[in-house]
Design a protein around this ligand. Structure first.
Ligand SMILES: *Cc1c(COP(=O)(O)O)cnc(C)c1O
Length: 424
């Protein structure tokens, strides 16, 4: 499998190189040159296959054997799919794909675990330094995914006072090859520092820098797998004929992986992109114009993205054909008030606790689902990761005490030199 740059199809690399590079030249993203097509017989028999076999088969189509051998890929897949990924039937043709049973309780565990193990394989000769800026969830997943991976050191930048105690604990309690750095500034400041480091040629040479950002193919591709696993479970129940999947979306990596699964032949009827007030994609579906804007803060803050990077990949998969794209991907946008109301009413009706991201996903699914269809929304994080929002909707939700004693973080000003001193 060859990966090409969305901005320049003459840039062609294998999976290994695409993973190491992260971003393609001229700010482009890597995409498969051609989308592999899965055998229909294989898909029709999917309910009889073990999860790790599905995972290996799908990833083998996307990753060339020069980058990872069969045995390496099998091992990475089985270490990635090491926790439950259940589809729970909530009644009324509504199902939830719970992606929060991994070590840091969010779907990003899947991509982070897969990518860390790939980089571990690829960094044989030289130590790699991974830099990542986070508003919370990415940092936790990357910390857990890369913890103990030989040859890789990780520096995580997070904005002071803007992540939950639980997230801070997940980033700063591990130590060893994981360093948490608290920046006096916003998420955008953290991101700007990391971007500056990647532009710094001397620094790159000295530290062999790499990014664990969600634009990396090694984080994106394994996210296809849970769409296959969800389909398998629905097929076992005889309910897979007309599936509509709603994805709470921020940077649009998660839904891009779903669209790739569909393009590979997975029979998903339609995707629904669920936005909070950061509605750039929704506006695009309404108007056909792509107009990014600054992000605004919401309750579902892992989706506070005004310029979703993965849009370039989605547009590439549809050859820029807006009509087809807007038929296969619907979009909705919801306010914080809508989100809270949904969390409250759904709990009262069903006792199911939604986190704010999942609630946005369910709102969009409810708006889009027709009577002949089965709907799945993605629960991207466990409610306890966002308990300060959850208790506003469900006052008796149990709050978990987090003890930050024994955790280690560096505290720095929003200053490039101070940041550089933390690397390595
Ligand atoms: C990262 C994240 C999202 C957004 O996913 P994208 O792939 O960026 O669209 C949604 N919910 C939660 C809980 C997240 O951590």
């Amino acid at each position: 499998m060859i990966y090409i740059n969305t901005k320049d199809a003459t840039e062609q690399v294998n999976f290994r190189q695409a993973t190491i590079n992260g971003l393609a030249k001229k700010g482009g993203l890597y995409v498969p040159q051609t989308i592999p097509s899965l055998d229909k017989k294989w898909i029709d028999n999917i309910e009889n296959l073990p999860d790790h076999e599905i995972g290996f088969h799908v990833m083998r189509q996307l990753i060339d054997p020069e980058s990872l051998t069969d045995n390496q890929l099998k091992e990475i897949v089985s270490e990635t799919l090491s926790f439950d990924i259940p589809v729970v039937d909530l009644g009324n043709r509504t199902n939830v794909l719970e992606l929060f049973h991994g070590p840091t309780l969010a779907f990003k565990d899947v991509g982070a675990r897969f990518m860390s193990r790939c980089l571990g394989q690829f960094s044989n000769e030289e130590e790699v330094n991974v830099l990542v800026a986070t508003s919370g969830d990415t940092g936790s997943a990357v910390a857990s995914g890369f913890f103990g991976v030989e040859g890789v050191k990780v520096t995580i930048l997070f904005p002071k006072g803007k992540v939950s105690n639980f997230q801070e604990y997940q980033m700063s309690s591990l130590g060893h090859n994981i360093k948490a750095v608290e920046v006096e500034g916003t998420f955008d400041d953290c991101q700007a520092l990391v971007k500056q480091a990647f532009r710094d040629k001397d620094l790159n040479k000295k530290y062999n820098l790499s990014s664990a950002n969600s634009i990396n193919v090694a984080r994106l591709l394994p996210q296809c797998l849970y769409y296959f696993l969800a389909y398998k479970q629905m097929k076992q129940r005889g309910l897979a004929n007309e599936l509509v999947i709603s994805v709470p979306s921020g940077n649009f990596g998660n839904i891009t992986a779903g669209i790739l699964a569909k393009k590979m032949g997975l029979p998903i009827k339609r995707f629904v992109a669920a936005n909070n007030a950061n509605d750039t994609f929704y506006q695009y579906i309404q108007t056909g114009n792509w107009k990014t804007k600054p992000s605004v803060q919401t309750f579902s803050n892992a989706m506070d993205v005004g310029a979703p990077s993965n849009f370039d990949r989605i547009r590439h998969f549809y050859n820029g054909n807006y009509d087809q794209l807007s038929q296969e991907i619907k979009a909705y946008t919801y306010s914080d008030e809508d989100t809270l109301t949904k969390m409250k009413s759904y709990y009262q009706a069903s006792e199911y606790v939604l986190d704010p991201h999942g609630a946005v996903g369910l709102l969009a699914l409810d708006a889009d689902l027709s009577p002949s269809e089965q709907g799945i929304f993605l629960a991207t994080a466990h409610p306890k990761k966002f308990e300060s929002v959850v208790i506003q909707a469900i006052p008796d939700y149990p709050i978990q005490e987090v003890n930050l004693n024994g955790c280690k973080k560096s505290e720095i000003a929003n200053d490039y030199k101070a940041f550089v001193a933390e690397i390595g």
